[in-house]
Design a protein around this ligand. Structure first.
Ligand code: GLC
Length: 733
């Protein structure tokens, strides 16, 4: 449909039809077909279901084609529905959680993974995914860290943009593409205390400097929608924050797509205490610029009266309806309401071998080798016994893998049994995944208790460990312990697992821990008692295969931490790009009482952002600069030579950090400004050169201009955020 036809359609719609376009309901409401249960509780009417603009979380080519046909037939202007869903890290073929994908430092791979997810979801009739989640996160207590790209603005932006490109391609009308909804705008990842849905207090400078860049990268990549966040910013909930949505998002960041609220967020304006009632909530949200109301009755039940009372101008309604119709038109839904929904394609595409291969490759590149003393890894074959609650566990998908089937997942035990050299290794549970006295609260319900004779299981594990050459201890956090509404006040591993670790370490010191988790944890006990630690996050459908490929050395791990692992819970939030403070404290200086430090723990995290080992080793030469002076109109090159000094080929990710030594406001001790993955054969050397531009040196100055300031800068190039391999240059007018 061309614009004039679309304009004419808009002008033909009744007020009820327009308001219907601004409402999104859950698919199960339509399933019910009548107003029952939650729909009734929300005060919705049959008309609200009949005129809705979109349904979410309903999938399947056959079901959605039938629903679209019936819906359009009864709609007065036969307007097609938008079908949206949370395709966060894959659809049926599940990829590693986004926090793990970010550890690949490989935007091209992330883009390919998102494109694979889009093809599968499109075949099942989905039009829009609520991804990427580009919330910057520095506090591992917040459960949704698993769906973020971690603590760095630059890396988070690279990941978000790669996902948008993967989902949308260059044209939304392309076969196998879906629209991307950036979320949660803005600052949702910084709740006080790491507690989900809690208050966010950020200065405007910190918001702009650290939290907006990743969203900007997704907008620049062309995301078609943006979802507002639950939290307040400056004590105003995002869904009613006119400055945030109309000034910052639309005018400054240049977003011209559709804005959708998060689930029931308009109703929550009453709980926030900024709307007395639903009519006021509707007024505030529409004025702020929320186009579509996700699963709340606020627009559906109140906009008509507000328009009739003259409190809401029809122009606001028309603007929002126009953006909804424009998205439907960009997706080609008026001409092709079924779009890519295709039962036959579903059968061949979902979980296709090439998709599994992609998922395996992504998982392998997301693993981070945290320790490998005495080269306990890689294994040569069947010399190890596999012990722990993750040794034979197919729950390897992240909490948002809501359309996947765990039966499709390859567990570590299943992978072991596929190989002749490991088919007969012992796999022993050793303990439950969670402490019986702290059952895990699942996404919808408490999980059933794990049935195990704890003493017998521990004894069996000790017996096996005693007799084995090495022990692979498969530990971690239940996948339901991270994700939405999964904040935790203690980042320790379950006590039952720590007990297993102690018991095994008492009889066999050669321990390799494979760690499965949706967040950074307090893993001091692992660092004290295990010679090797391989962090595998929640690796998805091909997790078991990817882990075993890595343990056997077929994959040489090269992942780098997208988020610091805190020394302990009390150190959270912790991040590498912090300010220096007036009393920076490093061992040996100001080591009296009055430095910025704790009395009982170090300042540094246990493992820092950007850190990760390999089965080989790399050496990096000192940084050389093409010049020690740079003007605003020039650039300089910073180079190092990297050598693979080990006996295995491997991938190193070189990271470029810059420190502005003095500015009109305090500047971080360093900031990631670039990275380069390089694969080197044993003995091979390569020169890597980064170009430093004036744009890289810009920040929000005292006057809140985004500009660079003359002065001295340090540039560091190395294998993690602690590198001191640096050189100094000066920016002059
Ligand atoms: C949830 C989440 C959001 C998700 C939406 C739809 O509450 O906050 O990330 O996309 O609802 O499921």
């Amino acid at each position: 449909m061309n614009d004039s036809e679309l304009r004419s359609l808009l002008s033909d719609l009744s007020l009820e039809e327009k308001i219907g376009q601004l409402t999104q309901l859950p698919g199960y409401f339509q399933d019910a077909g009548t107003i029952t249960g939650p729909a009734g509780d929300m005060g919705l009417t049959q008309d609200d279901l009949r005129l809705a603009g979109s349904y979410l979380s309903i999938i399947g080519a056959e079901k959605l084609k039938k629903m679209q046909t019936e819906f359009m037939a009864q709609h007065p202007h036969h307007i097609p529905l938008l079908f949206m869903a949370d395709i966060i890290n894959g659809y049926r073929t599940v990829f590693p959680i986004p926090l793990a994908q970010a550890c690949t430092f490989n935007p091209e791979l992330i883009e390919e993974s998102a494109a694979t997810a889009a093809r599968e979801a499109a075949a099942s009739g989905i039009h829009v995914t609520f991804s990427p989640m580009a919330d910057l996160v520095r506090d591992a207590r917040w459960g949704r860290v698993m769906e973020s790209a971690g603590e760095d603005p630059f890396l988070s932006g690279q990941v978000a943009a790669a996902m948008v490109r993967g989902y949308q391609g260059s044209d939304l009308n392309e076969h196998g593409r879906i629209a991307s909804c950036l979320k949660h705008f803005a600052g949702y990842g910084a709740p006080e205390g790491g507690r989900d849905y809690n208050t966010v207090e950020l200065s405007e400078r910190t918001l702009r400097e650290d939290y907006l860049p990743a969203y900007q990268a997704a907008v620049d990549a062309g995301c078609a929608l943006v979802m507002t966040s639950f939290n307040t910013l400056n004590r105003i909930p995002s869904a009613a924050n006119e400055w945030l949505l109309r000034e910052v998002l639309r005018r400054e960041m240049g977003f011209d797509g559709m804005i959708i609220s998060d689930w029931n967020a308009l109703q929550e304006l009453l709980a926030h205490g900024i709307a007395q009632d639903q009519p006021e909530a509707a007024f505030l949200a529409l004025r702020a610029g929320v186009d579509m109301d996700m699963v709340s009755p606020v627009y559906a039940r109140n906009l008509r009266e507000l328009v009739e009372q003259g409190k809401v101008p029809m122009q606001w309604i028309d603007e929002s309806v126009w953006r909804v119709l424009t998205l439907k038109n960009r997706l080609g839904l008026f001409e092709h309401p079924f779009r890519d929904a295709d039962e036959a394609a579903e059968k061949t595409l979902l979980l296709a071998e090439e998709n599994r291969r992609m998922a395996r490759r992504c998982a392998e590149q997301s693993f981070v080798l945290l320790r490998n003393e005495e080269n306990l890894l890689p294994l040569s074959g069947g010399e190890a016994v596999f012990i722990g609650p993750y040794a034979d566990n197919a729950l390897l998908n992240g909490a948002w893998s809501i359309f996947a089937d765990d039966l499709d997942t390859v567990s570590l035990k299943a992978a072991l049994q596929r190989r002749p050299q490991t088919r007969n290794v012992s796999v022993i549970r050793g303990c439950t995944l969670s402490d019986p006295e702290h059952p895990v609260i699942g996404f919808q319900h408490p999980l059933p208790p794990e049935d195990l004779d704890a003493e017998a299981a521990l004894a069996e594990a000790v017996q096996a460990a005693k007799a084995a050459e090495k022990v692979v201890l498969c530990l971690g956090e239940h996948r339901e312990c991270s994700g939405e509404a999964a904040s935790r006040g203690d980042l320790s591993l379950p006590r039952c697992q720590l007990r297993l670790l102690d018991a095994v370490a008492a009889v066999n010191p050669r321990i390799i821990v494979v760690l499965f988790t949706g967040r950074p944890l307090d893993i001091r006990p692992l660092s004290e008692k295990a010679g090797s630690i391989l962090l595998c996050w929640l690796p998805g459908t091909e997790g078991g295969e990817a882990v075993l490929n890595t343990l056997l050395g077929e994959n040489n791990p090269g992942g780098k931490l997208s988020m610091s692992f805190p020394y302990c819970t009390g150190q959270a939030p912790v991040h590498y790009n912090h300010l220096n403070t007036g009393r920076p404290w490093k061992l040996g200086i100001l080591d009296g009482r009055f430095g910025s430090k704790y009395q009982d723990i170090p300042n540094d995290p246990l493992y820092p952002f950007g850190y990760g080992l390999s089965y080989t080793t790399f050496a990096c030469s000192p940084v050389t600069l093409s010049s020690s002076c740079m003007t605003r109109s020039s650039s300089i090159h910073a180079s190092v030579s990297v050598t693979n000094t080990g006996r295995r080929a491997g991938t190193e990710t070189l990271q470029l950090y810059i420190r502005d030594l003095s500015g009109s406001v305090a500047r971080p001790v360093r900031e990631l400004k670039g990275f380069r993955r390089i694969f080197l054969a044993p003995g091979e050397s390569r020169t890597v050169t980064f170009t430093i531009t004036e744009e890289m040196l810009r920040f929000y100055t005292l006057s809140m201009d985004y500009a660079s300031e003359c002065g001295d800068f340090d540039v560091f190039i190395g294998s993690d955020s602690r590198t001191d391999n640096g050189a100094r240059f000066t920016l002059t007018e």
